[in-house]
Design a protein around this ligand. Structure first.
Ligand SMILES: [Zn+2]
Ligand SMILES: [Zn+2]
Ligand SMILES: [Zn+2]
Length: 758
């Protein structure tokens, strides 16, 4: 006796080879029925014997295609079709336009094993074709104009499939069934190499590119979500030349390596690191340098960012070419968005790149590489972008449609639809017009592919942020201003599906406080509606405001002045005093006295700067968090070196006083204590005092759930030290694993708070 079952699958199941997968599965278990794309995913009906149906249902989630994300599977018994209405086969039914409303578009995914094999198989018709792909891999998000996701709505629309490609596209048993970017040598996109003048040098574009790279040239290479500037990572002079032309001081470069074995020549890899490198998203993975020989790639820290080839073109750059590692840095001038358009690249990058490797498949939306690091027990995002966007984050409940516009630095936006929050790609620092254009473009695009137009907008309280100003310029919308650190904590709550009250430790560089000062070392008691500031680092002046961020010695001087008063000089070892820039010191002293241009801050990032300036003589920096990275990098691994003291003052709102810390550091400097030991004592002292303050709040409130958020938690040493202490003291600790702890995750928290404050 045959049975019939109706199955609904929600999640990322369209454009990822899911229907042919179900088709093959139905055939394997001798089932009839059908499948079609539905409102929220796919709807399947199957009919057959009970054991066959059971086997089908067991296999369904286990063997799903790599890009599919199954969020929910529901099944219901329905009446079998018998008699004249009985089917003889399993059918893929056409989807209708109206069924696109709740579908999810897949992120861009690295070339799969099957395609990589075909790419290098001389007998395959796509041998060495740089745009080979299938339903299991290839571009998605970056080539989609709007939904439904079919070829006409992508930048492949201008390429007409040849009969051979079309036959694959139409065959449900083929790996390229409905693979929208399907193409080959005969019908698809092609490469073109040009010099700065736009003229093509003779020869095959790819072979010539490889020759130029081996010669030490800088080539701008069009990729999946934008251009990279590429140079052979084993040629220090070429790398220095790229640094010089790009105006990139000491900031580390990301390196694309041929394979995991080439990665382990540069860095030490754990099994988890290899798994992260080889994951279908192919993020940049921060890894420990093997030797100082590669310091020219990343001078400050212990880490190098490595990633594996993720497009067929990347694979070809390394396939039997002798190249094993390429610097592949986002093609832009300093903080501008990554270039995506051929002509735009030629104009914007003509002073940096010697040659340009173009192709004629348009990138419709720029999307930078993602960056992750592995901490004990979890993988943490530094930047969540290509490969992950626009996969949603599941929320604890359904939300109205809301747009959250993020902060200023490392901006991302976030849009909700039902139980999903869609975090957009990395936009970067909203400090210039082109970043602002990109910001607006990404708001428009995300709304378009999700088919929502939110009437509620959440923004940061900082009146000067461009994102805040954009929000205030929108009409007919309900605006919700959200405090920066409250948003950080809510973002951690969202991904851990917490809804009640928690204690939130938010540590970062800066965020606008409700008293108008720059907060950044905060312990909040918060839920998704409100927060109370329960503790913070004591206020310290930032002499020269933004200048104090670029010149950490100013923060050191500010702390020394607070600790020792006007005769702070007498307390310093003369050798250290001699390193300070004398005329500027006079000016800073004046500022501290009068309070001019010296806004108050409770920033934890600035505290790291001050300590790094003293311990590592990091007097100035050329990129964000550079001093803190140097301090973390030199940290002594031993944990029994003692911890520096802080003091706690106040009752209702605790204040953490750093004066005992600076007295102790200066004492150690007099005794020539090594920077690594000072660094360790500082990290442990900070973890101790944050734990103590938290436990006092635990005692007062009875809460024991603690959320850790903010960019400072990218520091693995502090994260581990604090987490260990809190857990030992009986707290349940929640951290980030789906969005970055830094400002890249801010918009998710803003969105949740706006939903609950409404
Ligand atoms: Zn493939
Ligand atoms: Zn073709
Ligand atoms: Zn922040």
């Amino acid at each position: 006796m045959n049975q019939r079952v109706k199955i609904e699958v929600r999640g990322i199941v369209q454009g990822v080879g899911f229907r042919p997968y179900i088709y093959r599965l139905a055939q394997r278990f001798h089932l009839t029925g059908n499948i079609l794309n539905s409102e929220s995913g796919v709807a399947i009906e199957i009919q057959g014997t009970a054991p066959d149906i059971d086997s089908f249902l067991r296999a369904l989630p286990l063997e799903a295609p790599p890009l599919a994300q199954l969020h929910e599977i529901s099944t219901a018994r329905i009446d079998p079709r018998i008699g004249p209405s009985e089917e003889s086969a399993f059918l893929i039914l056409p989807s209708t336009r109206s069924s696109s409303a709740n579908t999810l578009i897949s992120p861009d995914i690295a070339t799969c094993k099957d395609c990589a094999t075909e790419l290098l198989d001389p007998s395959d018709r796509r041998y060495l074709y740089p745009f080979i792909n299938c339903t299991n891999c290839g571009p998605r998000f970056t080539i989609v104009r709007s939904i439904p996701y079919d070829r006409a709505q992508t930048s492949m629309a201008s390429f007409r499939m040849c009969p051979a490609c079309q036959a694959e596209y139409d065959d449900p048993l083929n790996r390229r069934f409905h693979a929208q970017p399907n193409a080959c040598w005969d019908c698809g996109p092609q490469l073109e190499l040009v010099d700065r003048a736009g003229a093509p040098p003779p020869g095959d574009p790819l072979a010539e590119t490889i020759r130029l790279l081996k010669q030490g040239s800088i080539v701008a290479i069009k990729g999946l979500g934008g251009f990279h500037l590429a140079v052979d990572a084993h040629q220090p002079e070429a790398v220095q030349e790229l640094r010089r032309r790009k105006g990139r001081g000491e900031k580390p470069f990301a390196i694309m390596v041929r394979d995991p074995s080439a990665a382990s020549e540069l860095c030490l890899l754990t099994q988890r690191d290899t798994a992260s490198l080889e994951s279908v998203q192919r993020p940049i993975v921060l890894l420990s340098k093997r030797t100082a020989a590669f310091d020219f790639l990343a001078p400050d820290g212990n880490h190098l960012g490595l990633f594996l080839p993720y497009t067929p073109l990347h694979h070809l750059l390394f396939a039997n070419t002798g190249l094993t590692a390429l610097v592949m840095t986002s093609a832009n001038l300093s903080e501008e968005p990554i270039a995506i358009d051929n002509r735009e690249a030629l104009t914007r990058l003509s002073t940096i790149a010697d040659f340009f490797l173009f192709h004629n498949r348009d990138i419709l939306l720029r999307c930078d590489d993602s960056v992750v690091q592995n901490l004990p027990g979890r993988t943490q995002f530094v930047r969540r972008s290509r490969g992950f966007v626009p996969a949603p984050i599941q929320l604890h409940e359904s939300m109205p449609s809301i747009l959250a516009v993020g902060g200023e630095l490392k901006n991302t936006i976030c849009v909700s639809r039902g139980r999903y929050a869609f975090l957009g790609q990395h936009i970067g620092d909203l400090e210039n017009l082109s970043a602002y254009d990109f910001f607006q473009e990404s708001i428009h695009h995300l709304q378009q592919i999700l088919e929502v137009s939110p009437k509620i907008i959440a923004y940061d309280l900082h009146p000067g942020y461009l994102s805040t100003q954009w929000a205030h310029n929108q009409h007919d919308t309900h605006l919700v201003g959200v405090q920066h650190h409250h948003a950080h904590i809510a973002s951690c709550m969202a991904e851990n599906q917490l809804t009640g009250k928690v204690i939130g430790i938010a540590l970062d560089g800066t965020g606008y406080g409700t008293d108008g000062t720059a907060w950044g070392g905060e312990i909040l008691v918060a839920d998704l509606q409100n927060f109370e500031r329960a503790a913070h680092l004591a206020y310290t002046p930032m002499p020269g405001n933004a200048q104090a961020i670029h010149e950490p010695w100013r923060m050191a001087l500010s702390h020394l002045w607070q600790t020792f008063g006007d005769d702070w000089r007498d307390h310093l070892p003369p050798s250290l005093l001699a390193t300070l820039p004398r005329p500027a010191v006079k000016l800073v002293e004046q500022m501290l006295h009068t309070g001019t241009n010296s806004p108050l801050t409770s920033s934890c990032g600035r505290l790291f700067d001050a300590v790094a300036a003293l311990a590592c003589q990091r007097l100035t920096v050329s990129y964000e968090a550079q001093a803190a990275i140097a301090l973390e990098a030199c940290c002594d691994p031993r944990t029994n070196l003692g911890a520096y003291p802080f003091a706690i003052e106040g009752a209702a709102c605790l204040q953490i006083d750093a004066r005992p810390l600076f007295t102790a550091i200066v004492e150690d400097l007099h005794h020539d204590v090594a920077p690594g030991i000072i660094s360790r004592r500082f990290h442990d002292g900070l973890a101790d005092i944050l734990t103590e303050a938290t436990l006092r709040i635990v005692q007062r409130t009875g809460l024991d759930h603690v959320c850790l958020s903010g960019g400072v938690f990218l520091n693995a040493i502090l994260s581990n030290a604090l987490e260990t202490r809190l857990v030992r003291a009986g707290c349940t600790v929640f951290t980030h694993s789906q969005v970055p702890p830094g400002d890249g995750g801010l918009s998710l928290g803003q969105l949740l708070i706006a939903a609950h404050q409404r």
